[in-house]
Write a protein that binds this ligand. Structure first.
Ligand code: HPA
Ligand code: ZN
Length: 332
C-alpha cells in the first residue's frame, strides 16, 4: 500500500511552508544568522514528538520562524519542501505562508515573497505551486488590512488567501473585512473564489458554520469537527464545500484524542459524501509528510476498500484545488 500511496499523483492543499522546516535546517539557519535557540538539536527533535494543544505547537512554530532572515533562507526552506513533494508525486500544491510572523521580525514582504517564488519558479516543470497568503487570526484585523496593502504590489504572485493561527478566541467574523478587502484588491483570484480558512480544529462544528457564514469560503482547513453535526455535514455535501483534513496533525495536537478518540472521523466524513482531502499541515513538526498522512487516513477503512478510497482521495485533491476547471480535467 505504501508504494501505491507514493505512486498515485496527488495535490497538496494544506501545508504551511514554515511548518516544513526540519530541525537540521532550523539549526543551520540559527548558526548562519546568529539567532540563538533555547534548545539543542536533540531537545528540539524531542519536543516535536508531542504537544499539549494547538497553542503549544504554535509557540514552537513561531520561534522557529525567527531564524528566517534573508531571501536565500526562504528560498532554501521552500526548495527543501518541493524536493520532498516531488518525490511524493505531488503534482500541484497550494502552500500557505505567514508574512505577519516575518514582518514582525523586521523582514520585508519583498524578501519573503522573492525567496519563496524564486524556489517555486525553479521547480515549475516538476510541480505546480500556488502561494496562499494567510492572516494570523490572533492579531488585530487592522494588521491584516495593513498586510493587504503590503501584498498588493505582489498580487500577481499570490494565488489566494487563508486564515490560520489560534482558532480559540479569534472567531472568523473578526476577519470579515480583511477578507472582503483582499477580494476587492484581487488577492483571491478573478472570481474571488480562492480563499480558505482554518476552522473546526481547536473549536467545534459551530466554528465551521460561522466561517462559512462570515467568510464565504469554498474550502475549510481541517474542519474535522464537522463530524459532530449531521446538519453541517449535509450542508457541506450540498454546497460542495471541501475539507482539507490533516490526520497526523490532529493526532499530534491531541484534537483526535480529545474530541473523537473512538470515532473514525475521516471514514465517516468520506462515507457521508463530504469532499475530503488528505494533507500534511506542518509535516516537519507532526512526524509525517503527505504519504504518511494518506497511510494514516487509509487505516480507518476496511482493507478491501483502501485502493478505491486512495484513488478517490487523490482525485478529490485536484477537484478541491484552486485551479481552473480545464486544468482540473487535465490532472484528473
Ligand atoms: N492550525 C492553525 N494555525 C496553524 C497551523 C494549524 O494547524 N499550522 C500553522 N499555523
Ligand atoms: Zn494548518
Amino acid at each position: 500500500m505504501e508504494e501505491l500511496i507514493n505512486r498515485v499523483p496527488k495535490a497538496e492543499l494544506h501545508v504551511h511552508i514554515e511548518g516544513t522546516m526540519e530541525p537540521e535546517l532550523l539549526f543551520d539557519l540559527s548558526h548562519k544568522n546568529s539567532v540563538p535557540l533555547s534548545q539543542t538539536l536533540d531537545q528540539c527533535k524531542q519536543s516535536r514528538l508531542n504537544y499539549e494543544n494547538l497553542q503549544d505547537f504554535l509557540n514552537q512554530y513561531y520561534q522557529a520562524c525567527n531564524v528566517l532572515k534573508f531571501e536565500e533562507d526562504f528560498y532554501r526552506l521552500a526548495m527543501e519542501y518541493f524536493e520532498k513533494a516531488i518525490k511524493s508525486h505531488i503534482l500541484h500544491c497550494e502552500v500557505f505562508f505567514d508574512p505577519q510572523t516575518h514582518l514582525a521580525n523586521g523582514i520585508s514582504f519583498e524578501t519573503i515573497i522573492k525567496g519563496l517564488t524564486r524556489a517555486s519558479e525553479e521547480v515549475k516543470n516538476q510541480i505546480q505551486v500556488k502561494w496562499i497568503m494567510c492572516f494570523l487570526r490572533h492579531l488585530p484585523e487592522s494588521e491584516g488590512i495593513e498586510l493587504i496593502n503590503q501584498a498588493i504590489p505582489y498580487a500577481h504572485l499570490i494565488h489566494g488567501i487563508g486564515l490560520d493561527s489560534a482558532e480559540e478566541g479569534n472567531p472568523p467574523g473578526k476577519y470579515e473585512n480583511a477578507f472582503r478587502i483582499a477580494a476587492e484588491k484581487g488577492l483571491c483570484g478573478p472570481q474571488c473564489l480562492y480563499k480558505t480558512a482554518h476552522a473546526g480544529e481547536e473549536c467545534d462544528a459551530s466554528s465551521v458554520i460561522s466561517t462559512l457564514y462570515h467568510l464565504n469560503v469554498p474550502r475549510i482547513d481541517h474542519g474535522v469537527r464537522s463530524i459532530d453535526c449531521d446538519n453541517l455535514c449535509k450542508a457541506l455535501v450540498e454546497c460542495k464545500v471541501a475539507l482539507t483534513l490533516c490526520p497526523l496533525s490532529n493526532v499530534k495536537l491531541r484534537v483526535k484524542e480529545r474530541f473523537f478518540p473512538e470515532k473514525k472521523a475521516i471514514k465517516e466524513l468520506f462515507d457521508f459524501g463530504v469532499m475530503i482531502t488528505i494533507n500534511s499541515d506542518d509535516p516537519s513538526f507532526f512526524g509525517g509528510y503527505i504519504n504518511e498522512n494518506y497511510a494514516y487516513a487509509l487505516m480507518e477503512f476496511e482493507e478491501d476498500r483502501q485502493k478505491d478510497v486512495l484513488r478517490q482521495l487523490a482525485k478529490n485533491s485536484f477537484l478541491a484545488s484552486f485551479i481552473n476547471e480545464e486544468e482540473k480535467v487535465d490532472f484528473c
